[in-house]
Design a binder for this molecule. Structure first.
Ligand SMILES: [Ca+2]
Ligand SMILES: [Ca+2]
Ligand SMILES: [Ca+2]
Ligand SMILES: [Ca+2]
Length: 482
């Protein structure tokens, strides 16, 4: 059951779509931004909770907007791990994954202590302004819902020289190495401790090998794939694994954890949002323009990703109201705005959030809107259904690779589709962010429409009324009368 649909077709190669661009390091959120509960967005203009959101825009007439409506938080939602079959690490709790430095008799780690320390830093190190470990990123990104620990073992020496595995054809070589590791440690490790959700599958194993990286797509590359052996250990069967050269973890005298963070996103159940087939003319050659942890390994996971992992509560808007949003990066607040709420996150709707160049977005202005704060809109169409894409099969009818409609895309404020059409293309520019006075389907994106013709025209406008100073929050007026 745990074989990934997308792992069965092209192997998901780490840094595959990303190696043409340089990724700045991520950093911790601005501590001056206080995380708050999502219920605060239920406040209306004029109430005490929103009194701190003071307009600095040109429009003072909007302060008269009041109403009694508020977004609601739906209950009994199904998350991606309730529906997908390719995830392996539970998205909530304190799971532990096995992390094994792998060496070969002909290629032994010269300094095993340093190797182990560096790998431990990548998985479990403390975050700071220029570095996040796998653990510190996911703790913060999940608002403390996921505390993922990497248990880093001493370097494991394989039975045979490296060329044996490279040339092995009678069995899957990665699975052979996994069998060696698990067999060796079976007497000293209780592998049930690495099956946090007790489903009989190992939540994850990361093998970091001591061999030069080879050709892209060769055995000596980095990839996330699934175990093809037949063995269980302590009643636990290996499933998802990562195989990666040490030189990708530690280079230029620094530890890199971004690829682990991205690939672990898959082990949690998230898809890639970049385009696997960038020249097929399907109209989405740049995914989310790199601007997402599951696109260009940049920033944070987007609001819809966090909703389907159960990390943030969606705030659903399906009637006219004035409401506020705090910075997404620190509050996790995001709206689902819909003509028709069907009780599921796997549907078509618009997601709105308040982007600020703070927290994990700090220093990533080239990816994220030139650092221009404001309202960002996503068009999500995650309806469930068969998608047998050659390039990227998914459990949703859309993907970001080759379906005419996309699983998730930005709705650019300037409406010029620069993410797909402009030169240079594939980036999110300042003009793609909504600013005070902008009205989605008012003075911006006037004719924007749903993918589903059965939904008819979009029923609402979204007016960006005002923005408080110092990233204090934004006020929106969603109007279904227009
Ligand atoms: Ca054991
Ligand atoms: Ca498990
Ligand atoms: Ca494409
Ligand atoms: Ca644009």
């Amino acid at each position: 059951m745990k074989k990934s649909i997308w792992l069965l077709s092209p192997i998901v190669f780490i840094v595959s779509a990303c190696d043409m661009i340089t990724f700045p390091s991520i950093s911790i959120p601005d501590s001056s931004l206080t995380p708050s509960t999502s219920t605060e967005t239920t406040s209306i203009v004029g109430s005490s909770a929103s009194s701190s959101v003071t307009s600095n825009s040109q429009d003072s007439s909007t302060t008269s907007l009041t109403n009694n409506e508020a977004p609601f938080i739906p209950t009994s939602l199904q998350y991606v791990q309730d529906l997908a079959d390719f995830w392996s690490i539970p998205s909530v709790g304190n799971p532990k994954v096995l992390v094994v430095p792998v060496e070969f008799p002909d290629s032994i780690y010269a300094n095993p202590t340093a190797v182990k320390n560096n790998i431990n830093t990548a998985f479990n190190g403390a975050g700071n302004s220029s570095f996040q470990s796998l653990n510190s990123f996911y703790k913060q990104s999940s608002f403390d819902k996921l505390d993922l620990e990497g248990v880093v073992l001493d370097p494991f020496r394989t039975q045979f020289n490296s060329s044996y595995y490279e040339n092995l054809t009678s069995a899957d070589p990665n699975s052979v190495v996994i069998n060696e590791i698990m067999t060796y440690y079976n007497n000293t490790i209780d592998f049930t401790e690495f099956d946090y959700n007790n489903d009989g599958y190992l939540d994850g194993i990361y093998m970091i090998y001591n061999h030069p990286a080879g050709e892209w797509a060769s055995f000596w590359w980095a990839y996330l794939y699934t175990y093809f052996g037949n063995s269980s250990f302590d009643g636990v069967r290996p499933t998802s694994y990562i195989w990666m050269p040490y030189e990708f973890v530690y280079y230029n005298n620094a530890v890199d954890s971004l690829t682990f963070i991205h690939e672990t996103g898959h082990m949690l159940g998230l898809e890639d949002y970049y385009d696997y087939a960038p020249s097929d003319g399907s109209g989405n050659e740049h995914g989310l323009g790199g601007a997402d942890m599951m696109d260009g390994n940049a920033g944070d996971h987007n609001p819809w990703s966090k909703m389907i992992l159960g990390w943030i509560d969606p705030l659903v808007v399906d009637r006219s109201m004035v409401t506020t949003l705090l910075p997404y990066i620190s509050s996790g607040q995001a709206l689902i705005i819909t003509d028709q709420w069907n009780g599921t996150l796997f549907d078509e709707f618009i997601v709105a959030m308040y982007y600020t160049p703070t927290g994990f977005y700090t220093g990533l202005n080239d990816f994220f809107f030139d650092g221009q704060p404001g309202m960002v809109l996503y068009h999500v169409d995650a309806r469930l259904g068969v998608n047998n894409s050659q390039n990227y099969p998914t459990m949703t009818i859309n993907n970001n690779t080759d379906t005419p409609n996309k699983l998730i895309k930005y709705i650019e404020a300037d409406g010029n589709n620069s993410l797909y059409n402009a030169n240079p293309s594939g980036w999110m520019w300042q003009g793609d962010v909504y600013r005070p006075g902008n009205i989605f389907r008012g003075n911006k994106n006037v004719n924007y429409s749903w993918h589903q013709s059965s939904l008819g025209a979009i029923d609402f406008t979204i007016e960006f009324v005002s923005e408080a100073s110092n990233y204090g929050g934004i006020t929106l007026h969603i109007d279904y009368a227009s």
